[in-house]
Each structure stands twice: as structure tokens, then as C-alpha cells.
Design a protein around this ligand. Structure first.
Ligand code: C2E
Ligand code: CA
Ligand code: CA
Length: 409
């Protein structure tokens, strides 16, 4: 089980957790038996029973952040495996919204029963009623909309409702297209074309993004093959794919990526992956190993929205990054605000010193393009050059920026 962490040993008679304390972790009992005792509001102790190997204890606190509802002692020498709040939170985030809601509601009802039978110390007088709490939970995660959308999105992945548009990334010095960014849209049968900001967060929360990203990787590989057929002279073009933290939590991510590349005979350097600073901050499992592995194979690693995270530059040498994509907000403010201009200039010289390439994103007018050229920024992307386009228009863009098909040597 991937959520199980450190092993802890408790001697017979030791207190494992104390009623009323903040709960930081749950435990899976590997060996030994424990006794559960609840102190009633009148001070009397109530023995709730014992648990043995295979049981989980202390799970309520990590589910709903409430204080421990019982004291648990080891009755014999026990070996327990710790499940931390963070591990649990990651699993919950990846769970279906309905599973999440039901888990919270069952737990809340259970606590309410305990409270009513006065077994909890907490005074229930000022606490909200269960009905109020249930409504609050449901509103908090906008459950109806989330469930409906998640169900529809599952169908969307399976029935080819997802589409990718491609936005060119150009060399500022030569004006040639070097690659494209694949941007996902959802062609909904009733609601029409839905932009990614409307469904990616839901797909990330529900874990469905893993299936969507797999689809995108496969689709991009097939697109590159189609492109090579039409433009055999452009076999250096790459396509970058946006990934989420949840993709890195998927233990089959790398296998799937490499299998897809192999099946479609696409060399690794034709694929770049875009991840955000925020993703690195979330520290998904094995992110460094995964990125190192990708780089070692030749896949490009781009940090997206650079400058909007928590400005921790430590990851620039910690992770195998080969390109930074400076966020559009800097590009827009650069021409009016000398401080922002200075900042862009510093980021550029930093990246040049570290041998990291730089893409300016969201370039919208000629003035922004001119300033970037003056600063000797490597690459640019934005409406000034082209909006993201359907695959059918990719050849047209190549013709315009890179010229006609050159005859085979
Ligand atoms: P992003 O990765 O930062 O992508 C750039 C966004 O800026 C795109 O919006 C693009 O259309 C837009 N853009 C490009 N040039 C300009 C410009 O000159 N001006 C302005 N104002 N905007 C410009 P889009 O396609 O709506 O995507 C929004 C976000 O959704 C993306 O931001 C990315 O975070 C996410 N996304 C898109 N496709 C995928 C995907 O396949 N997987 C994942 N995980 N996320 C995706
Ligand atoms: Ca991106
Ligand atoms: Ca971006």
C-alpha cells in the first residue's frame, strides 16, 4: 500500500494516542492488540473494545481534522504503520468527489451519534447541527456540479470528445517555429467547446487527469507522425504537453509515456513536458526521479508560468530543467513598468548563466516582441504570432513561418 509509511513500535501499556489531542496520523496495526477508551463528559471511562492486526486506528482525525475522539493504548507489544495526514490528503484528492463526500458525511454522523450519547467531551450546544454540516460540506466542494462534470468527463475521455489545439513556439532570432504547445479543449456535445480552465481543476481533483494526460500523450505522438508525413523536412519540431501533479503520483506514468513513444516510434526529444512551479511545491511522489528519468531519455522539461510560484529558485539546480517559460503577466507589464523589465532581464541572464533556455509566453504585440528581441530571449509564444489552432492549421503556420517543403537532399 503506497500510503503506509514509517513503522512504529509501542511496548505493552504505552499510550498510542490521547483523546482530545490533535490527530496527525492514523495507524495500520501490523502486530499486537490495542484497547480503545473514551472518557465521558462526567469523567467516567468507557471501554470501546480492542483492535488487532489488519485494523486501522486514529483514522477519524485525519479525515476531518477533529481532535482524537478516544485514547488508545497498546495491550501488548505492537508494531504500527503510520499513515500521515499528507498521504491521506493525497489519496482523498485523487478520490471521486462522491466518495469524498460520503466519507465525510458518514464520519460526521458517527461523531454526532457519539456526541448525542455524551461520550465526547465537546460541548455540542454551539456546534452546528448535522444538517447544517452536511449542507456545508456539499456546498464546499460544489458536489452536484463536480459529480456531474466528472461523470461526463469520464465519457469525454472514452468517446474522443477531447481535442488538442497547437500554439507555435518560435525562435525570436530567426522567426521560425521550433515547436508547439498542445492545449486541451473539451468538445462537449451540448455545451460546445469548453476551455481547459473550466475542467482541468476538476480533472485534477478527481484524478481523471491521469486518463486525460495519457490520451494527450498518445494523441500528440500520433500528431507528430502525421506531421512528419506531410513535412518530412521538419523532423526537429517538438510538441510540449502540460502535466499536473496528479500525473506524477501515477506510478505507471513513466512506463506509459515510454510505451507510447515506442509504439509510435517517436524519439524522446520530440516531446517536452510542461510543469508549473506550483507542481514542484506540491512535491508529488518521486517527482525528481521522474524528471531525471525523462531528461536522461532526452525529453525536454519546461517550467511553466515561471515567476508566479513562490519564487524559490532552489529548484533550478535541484531539478533537471532545460527551459523556463516566463509567465505572461511579466511580458504584459514589461513595456510599462521598468521594475518588471529589470526582473525579466535578470531572469534572462540567470537562465543564460545556468544554460537554461527561455520562452516568453503571451506575447501579444510588436512592442513586446521587440523588447524580447533586444533582451536576446530565445523563444516566444503568444497571440502576436498565432493563437492555438486545430491540427489542420498547423501546416499552414509552418508554411508561413518556416517556408515550403524543402526537396529531399
Ligand atoms: P498554460 O499552460 O499557461 O497555457 C497558456 C495559456 O495562455 C493557453 O490558454 C493559451 O491559449 C493562452 N495564451 C497563449 N498566448 C496568449 C496570449 O498572447 N495572450 C493571452 N491572453 N493568452 C495567451 P488555454 O489554452 O485556455 O489553457 C489554459 C491552461 O489550462 C493552461 O495554461 C494549462 O495550465 C491548462 N491546460 C491546457 N491544456 C492542458 C492539458 O492538456 N493538460 C493540463 N494538465 N493542463 C492543461
Ligand atoms: Ca503550458
Ligand atoms: Ca503558462
Amino acid at each position: 500500500m503506497q500510503t503506509l509509511k514509517a513503522e512504529k513500535v509501542f511496548k505493552a501499556g504505552e499510550v498510542i494516542m490521547t483523546q482530545g489531542d490533535a490527530g496527525l496520523c492514523a495507524y495500520f496495526i501490523q502486530e499486537g492488540r490495542v484497547g480503545i477508551v473514551v472518557e465521558k463528559s462526567n469523567g467516567k471511562l468507557l471501554h470501546m473494545g480492542t483492535r488487532g492486526p489488519g485494523s486501522i486506528i486514529g483514522e477519524m482525525a485525519i479525515v476531518d481534522n477533529q481532535p482524537r475522539s478516544a485514547t488508545i493504548k497498546s495491550l501488548e507489544n505492537c508494531t504500527l504503520l503510520e499513515i500521515t495526514k499528507d498521504d491521506f490528503a493525497r489519496s482523498v484528492r485523487a478520490a471521486d468527489p462522491i466518495v469524498r463526500l460520503i466519507a465525510q458525511i458518514i464520519l460526521m454522523r458517527y461523531r454526532d451519534i457519539l456526541r448525542r450519547s455524551q461520550t465526547l467531551l465537546a460541548d455540542s450546544a454551539d456546534s452546528p447541527s448535522p444538517e447544517e454540516l452536511e449542507r456545508e460540506y456539499a456546498e464546499q466542494i460544489n458536489v452536484v456540479e463536480a459529480i456531474k462534470m466528472a461523470n461526463e468527463f469520464k465519457v469525454a475521455i472514452a468517446t474522443q470528445q477531447l481535442v488538442l489545439n497547437y500554439q507555435p513556439i518560435l525562435s525570436i532570432a530567426t522567426g521560425r517555429i521550433l515547436g508547439f504547445e498542445a492545449l486541451m479543449r473539451w468538445q462537449h456535445p451540448e455545451r460546445g467547446l469548453i476551455p481547459p480552465d473550466m475542467f482541468i481543476p476538476m480533472a485534477e481533483d478527481s484524478g481523471l487527469i491521469v486518463g486525460a494526460s495519457r490520451w494527450a500523450i498518445r494523441e500528440v505522438c500520433q500528431m507528430i507522425n502525421r506531421l512528419d508525413q506531410a513535412r518530412p523536412d521538419m523532423q526537429d519540431l517538438y510538441v510540449s504537453i502540460n502535466l499536473s501533479a496528479t500525473d506524477f503520483d501515477d506510478e505507471n506514468f513513466l512506463d506509459n509515456l515510454y510505451d507510447t513513444l515506442e509504439e509510435s516510434s517517436i524519439p524522446a526529444h520530440r516531446i517536452h513536458i510542461e510543469i508549473t512551479e506550483r507542481l514542484l511545491l506540491k512535491q508529488p511522489k518521486n517527482v525528481k526521479e521522474t524528471l531525471d528519468n525523462c531528461r536522461a531519455r532526452g525529453i525536454g522539461v519546461i517550467i511553466d508560468d515561471f515567476g508566479t510560484g513562490y519564487s524559490s529558485l532552489s529548484y533550478l539546480h535541484q531539478y533537471p530543467i532545460d527551459t523556463l517559460k516566463i509567465d505572461q503577466s511579466f511580458i504584459h507589464k514589461m513595456s510599462e513598468d521598468p521594475i518588471v523589465f529589470g526582473l525579466v532581464k535578470s531572469i534572462l541572464s540567470l537562465s543564460q548563466n545556468m544554460n537554461i533556455k527561455m520562452i516568453a509566453e503571451g506575447v501579444e504585440d510588436i512592442e513586446e516582441a521587440r523588447l524580447l528581441s533586444e533582451l536576446e530571449c530565445d523563444m516566444a509564444q503568444g497571440y502576436f504570432y498565432s493563437r492555438p489552432v486545430p491540427e489542420l492549421q498547423v501546416l499552414e503556420l509552418l508554411l508561413r513561418h518556416n517556408g515550403p517543403l524543402s526537396p529531399a537532399p
